[in-house]
Design a protein around this ligand. Sequence first.
Ligand code: HMG
Length: 445
Amino acid sequence: MTGVGIDGIEIHTGKLRLDLAETFAPAKGDDPEKYTKGLGLYASSFPDTYEDIVTMGANAAHRLMERKGLTPEDIGRIDVATESAFDHSKPVSTYIAGCLEQVFDGDFHHANKGERKFACVAGTQSIDDAYNWIKAGRNRGRAALVIATDTALYARGDAGEATQGAGAVAMLIDEDPNLVELSTEQGYGSADETDFLKPNQQFPSVDGKRSVQVYLARMREALVDYQSIGGDVHPDRFRLGPFHTPFPGMVRKAAVLAYRHITRDTEIEAELADEIGRQPRHAEFDDDDAFLEAVQEYTDALTETSRYQSWYARTIDPTLSLSRRVGNWYTGSVHVARVSGLKALAEEGEDAVGKRLLVGSYGSGAQAEIHAETIQPEWRSEIDALNIDDHLASRYELSFSEYEDVHDSHNYDEETSIEEFTPPESEFAFDGWGRMGERKYRYVE
Ligand code: HMG
């Protein structure tokens, strides 16, 4: 069998924009640089009143299928990854299939549909399910549609409010893929953690500071596990490192720890030794505190080296540029990071065929997963077909009070009736409630 991977991808952002430095920070009495420098975020995307996880996912999938010339019969599987589902029984994929059947001839009656939940890592898990289904030979020549869609909203006043976002990523998983081929090897770091959860509630309960530590610990575990099966993770082997990006500052913290790990016992550690010494080894210390202090000192010094900074600028920074403008999309976030990095390579005109990505996904609760991907010969045509820049530029700019109204309008516990900010056009829109409490949708020409 030929390789299996991501054949095409589409990103759909919520149509409203909240500027964190200009609008959010002053209203909260914060220094704007807390957002732009500390968290690394400039803006968040929000859904207009008629947008939700179904419309955003269906719009992304619609464009992807149209662009690839696909009909429903070409799709054998639709998996939606989300942590913003509004129905405990009927999966979001059925609502999305219903939307798509309004605009395509034919139907998805013979496609297997489901919904995946594990916080933000579920998008990557859905790709795994599709990969395994194809590799097992059960796909009958058909492709899988994987849609990661979320409205990442926090309760107002929660520290996480600064990291909100809304959008969907649709991916076509197929044999002989155009964009990236997936590796068979994967590393996992998984543990029962209580840092971010939504026990039958819309907005998460979050222990923000702890969630950062859990992210780092699980990601490290996954990297060690990946190394045990994937072999050498020398920095030169990977052109890009897209990570789950709740906010770019999180990835900045993770990247230096990853670099320290993957350069240990390499010529890079030896070459840096004159400048910052060798990495501390546990065996050289009498007690844990002294060891941890030495590790922290080494890590701080490593961040200042030009060797590290140029690796970061080349491998990590390009993956963050979309995230800076949209915020956290939960299940879609790592897939936005992948696109962001590939877009940067395309804009630089780089011949990237055959180059590899080390992809780090993460979901609270908590699980990290790391695998490699290889860029395929047709990758440029897939990246050039994206219209995300136009979409981002056309977002409606919210004032702070409008932001509060939009937040309320998506809050299940609030009764609101605000007007839409943008007119729906050539897209799916929420169209009210059905007789059994189901959400209804229509395609607006
Ligand atoms: P906070 O208390 O508002 O912010 O919470 P802070 O005071 O920690 O400041 C943030 C950073 O800005 C700090 O940088 C400050 O120093 C810096 P750090 O020291 O950490 O490097 N800063 C400034 N920099 C420059 N100029 C200034 C300035 N002021 C401050 N003037 C927190 C931050 C992340 C905790 C909060 O936003 C939060 O709770 N977020 C939600 C949870 C989250 O995103 N966790 C990330 C890991 S868990 C994850 O990724 C999973 C998730 O996606 C969910 C899922 O899987 O489903 C969330």
